[in-house]
Structures are given as structure tokens and as C-alpha cells.
Design a protein around this ligand. Structure first.
Ligand code: UFG
Length: 324
């Protein structure tokens, strides 16, 4: 299996996966509508400007490149926005994915890797979250991703479509080359905001809440490097094709860092004492989200290679030289 369609391949995690697929000898083909993605991120790869719900274009693309598997990254992923505009989320993240899956079944494409999220678990009931943790999302974004996970289970039973759902924790960092990285507009994620403050592009950062039940009162998250996620996609695809089974994996480092710890680490790495102020809590934020990725380690042989320091260093390198 060599020819992989990467939907949303011009986005943050998609573009890192495209690069890694090519480095490992695959032929990635990017399909992206560029509503969020960046053409600069996928220079040198076959590119189809199309929407993921466009069945005719999908069928054409499957045939044109003799596609054997699909990776799907083209989702809206802002929790707060999903609360305000759920319709947009259900259309893009669920309805269009149904069209995509139908197109795959109609064109006899059997393998699918799906970008799912820690947000499918809702408020954690255990200190670390493994695959057995209850899935009770607390926002529309998490609902959309869980709905697709359920659709995938039904499509496997009925049509034999094999799918692996990868629930990412906090995707972060940038490729070591500095050529691709995270670029959202507007940016809402902690690490890029912190580094933009360090670079003088923002006057300060706001730490949302310091009264959480955590050691220093700020929220704890599990930051996982984007290239570690990219590698997990390829391992998952290879395992799925070998065993012909559907799977689901939680992908994180297993270590939690608070917002304050992250700010301190970023000050150390950049050498810049940027301003950080305490602000009210942001609605919808669980206090702690940390993955238990034992299953991915055991089944896929996957282990994160980047620690928090490397995550911030690569993101800082990107922030200082970014082209988009
Ligand atoms: N935060 C701040 N200040 C900021 C931005 C973020 O204090 O300016 C805090 C947040 O409150 C949170 C932590 O930093 O406690 C991380 O926030 P991010 O926005 O970077 O990431 P989230 O944990 O909210 O979201 C990530 C993914 C989502 C996914 C979610 C799973 O980006 O797509 O994890 O819960 F849904």
C-alpha cells in the first residue's frame, strides 16, 4: 500500500504527516479546500483543491492516483466555536464525513485513519485516560468526533471498511526543519500564543483560571509533538492493513504540565520574560487531561520521541522563521 489520500493535508497535523509519509516511501496525495490549510505547507506534493464532501471529486481523485487508503484531518477543531456554531461543526465534521465514507465504500477503498480527540472523553473520571475511559463529550466538537467514531464501527460491520481512530491530546511543536508548523487564524492554542508573546507579537498572555484543583491552580494538559502524532498515523495504517482490523488509540505523552509550568519553560527556552496575567476560566476547559497511551505502545510500538522542551524549542524555531 503506497498511495495515500490525505484530506486536510495542508493543515497543521496533516502537513506534518504528509512529509513523514513521503520520507517513509509512501506517495501522499493532498486534498484540501484551503479554508484553514496553507498551500505553502505542501509544496512538492500532488494537490487537489476540493472539499471533503464532494463525492464526485473524491471518486475522480481516488481513480486518478489509484488511492488505497485515506487519512482524514479536515475538521473544525475549536471547542469554543463549536458551542457557538454547532451547525457548522455537524455539517463539516459529521455530514461531510458520511459523504466521504460513502465515497470510499462505493470506490472499494478499505482503510481509513481518523483524527479523533481527547474531547470525546469529556470530564475525566480517572487521572489518566485510556481507551476504556467513558466517552461523554461536553461540547459539540467532541460530539461530532464521537459520532464519527460510532459511524466507523457501523461501517466496519456493514461494509468491511477498516478504520483506526486516533484520539490526540494536545498536538504541539513543529517540524525540526522549521519549514512547516502551526498557523491558525485566529490562534487559540496555548503554545503558539505564549511564543507570540515571547516574540513581541502580543503584549502578554492570559492564563485562563488559577483556581482549578491542580497543584498550582492552572489547567494541566498532555502536550504531544506533531511529528509523534504523524508517526502514529503511519504505524496505525501499517498495522491496520496487516491485521485487517479496526482500532482506536489514545495518543499523548502520559505526562501533564500546567499552564504555569509551560509559561516558565517557555521563558527559560526563549530567554524572554514575557508577561503572563491571570484571567477568568475559559468555559469548557477540564482541569486535567492526561493520556494513558499504553495500548499504542504495546500494539503499535509507538512511543513519543519529543519531550516538552523539544516541543517548545521546535515551536519557537517555527515562530521565529515562519513563512505562513
Ligand atoms: N490557555 C490559556 N491561555 C490561552 C490559551 C490557552 O491559559 O491563551 C489554557 C487553556 O485554558 C487550557 C490550556 O491552556 O487549559 C491548553 O489550551 P489549548 O487551547 O492550547 O488546548 P485545549 O486543551 O483547549 O484543546 C486541545 C485541542 C482541541 C481538543 C482538546 C481536547 O486543541 O482540539 O485539546 O480537550 F478538543
Amino acid at each position: 500500500m503506497k498511495n495515500i489520500l490525505v484530506i486536510g493535508g495542508a493543515g497543521y497535523i496533516g502537513s506534518h504527516t504528509v512529509r513523514m509519509l513521503a520520507a517513509k516511501g509512501y506517495n501522499p496525495v493532498v486534498l484540501d479546500n484551503l479554508s484553514k490549510g496553507h498551500k505553502e505547507a505542501v509544496q512538492g506534493y500532488p494537490f487537489e483543491l476540493a472539499d471533503l464532501g464532494d463525492k464526485a471529486r473524491l471518486a475522480e481523485t481516488f481513480k486518478k492516483y489509484n488511492i488505497e487508503a485515506v487519512m482524514h484531518f479536515a475538521a473544525f477543531a475549536e471547542v469554543g466555536e463549536s458551542v457557538k456554531e454547532p451547525s457548522k461543526y455537524y455539517h463539516n465534521n459529521v455530514a461531510k464525513v458520511l459523504d466521504l465514507l460513502d465515497a470510499m465504500v462505493e470506490n472499494n477503498i478499505h482503510y481509513f485513519v481518523f483524527s479523533s480527540t481527547a474531547a470525546t472523553f469529556g470530564e475525566p473520571v480517572k487521572p489518566t485516560i485510556n481507551e476504556q475511559h467513558p466517552q461523554l463529550p461536553i461540547n459539540p466538537y467532541g460530539n461530532t468526533k464521537l459520532m464519527v467514531e460510532k459511524m466507523l464501527a457501523d461501517f466496519d460491520v456493514a461494509y468491511g471498511l477498516k478504520a483506526t481512530a486516533l484520539r490526540y491530546f494536545n498536538a504541539s511543536g513543529a517540524d525540526d526543519s522549521g519549514e512547516i508548523g502551526e498557523s491558525h487564524n485566529p490562534e487559540s492554542h496555548l503554545i503558539p500564543i505564549v511564543l507570540q508573546a515571547a516574540a513581541g507579537k502580543r503584549p502578554s498572555i492570559k492564563m485562563f483560571g488559577n483556581d482549578y484543583p491542580t497543584p498550582d491552580g492552572t489547567c494541566v494538559r498532555d502536550y504531544i509533538h506533531v511529528n509523534d502524532l504523524a508517526r502514529a498515523h503511519i504505524l496505525a495504517l501499517e498495522k491496520m492493513a496487516k491485521d485487517n482490523v479496526s482500532e482506536r488509540f489514545n495518543l499523548g505523552s502520559g505526562s501533564g504540565f500546567s499552564v504555569k509550568e509551560l509559561v516558565d519553560e517557555a521563558r527559560k527556552i526563549t530567554g524572554i520574560n514575557f508577561k503572563a496575567e491571570v484571567a477568568p476560566r475559559r468555559p469548557g476547559d477540564p482541569a486535567v487531561l492526561v493520556a494513558d497511551s499504553t495500548k499504542a505502545q504495546q500494539v503499535l510500538g509507538w512511543k513519543p520521541e519529543y519531550n516538552l522542551t523539544r516541543i517548545i524549542e521546535t515551536a519557537w524555531n517555527w515562530e521565529q522563521h515562519r513563512k505562513y
